[in-house]
Design a protein around this ligand. Structure first.
Ligand SMILES: [Mg+2]
Length: 177
């Protein structure tokens, strides 16, 4: 079968089955994009436990997960530690470059990486990787470029949605041991 004859679903499945690592933006993907700041300037974010459980399942299946975010928030480090994520890039607006660096470090090709982001700084990374993913309320440019638009919004299980699809395609076990 030539690439031309593949249906959209078949070509998605081929791309998705190559994925070994998910790199995720934080604000608007793992959160709903809001940031709470108290009177002392302390920042807090709300994370979905459904995403958290999904990331644990993803690790258990033997895959990698990392975070790339433009902001420098202590709370991201706490959440990452909670979930055993040690690949974390804070204060990184050049997301595509960060994705390429991580791919090199991890000896993976860009085809083996899925990137999920919700806004324009994420677009170059979405275009560069094997599986570009965005959320339902992202700008049109991202939705046009993405291979997959999650059904759930950022902060409400968007990452879990992506992980469920990838694990199902790879016949991975769904129960956390
Ligand atoms: Mg974002």
């Amino acid at each position: 079968m030539t690439a031309k004859n593949l249906t959209q679903q078949e070509s998605f499945d081929i791309k998705a089955k190559r994925i070994r690592m998910i790199l995720s933006d934080v604000d608007g993907v793992l959160t709903d994009g809001t940031i709470a700041i108290d009177h002392q300037g302390n920042e807090s974010k709300r994370f979905s436990t459904a995403d958290g459980y999904g990331i644990r399942l993803w690790f258990q299946a033997g895959y990698s997960f990392g975070l790339i975010t433009g902001r420098r928030s202590e709370c991201v480090l706490h959440r990452a530690k909670d979930l055993g994520i040690n690949m974390v890039r804070l204060g990184t607006f050049a997301k595509r470059e960060a994705v390429e660096e991580i791919a090199n470090e991890q000896h993976l090709s860009l085809e083996q990486i899925a990137y999920i982001g919700d806004d324009l700084p994420d677009l170059p990374a979405i275009e560069a990787v094997g599986l570009g993913v965005t959320v339902p309320d992202a700008p049109e440019e991202l939705k046009n470029a993405a291979d997959y638009i999650t059904k759930r919004c950022g902060g409400y299980g968007a990452v879990r949605d992506l992980i469920n699809i990838l694990l199902t395609l790879n016949n991975s076990v769904f129960v956390l041991k």
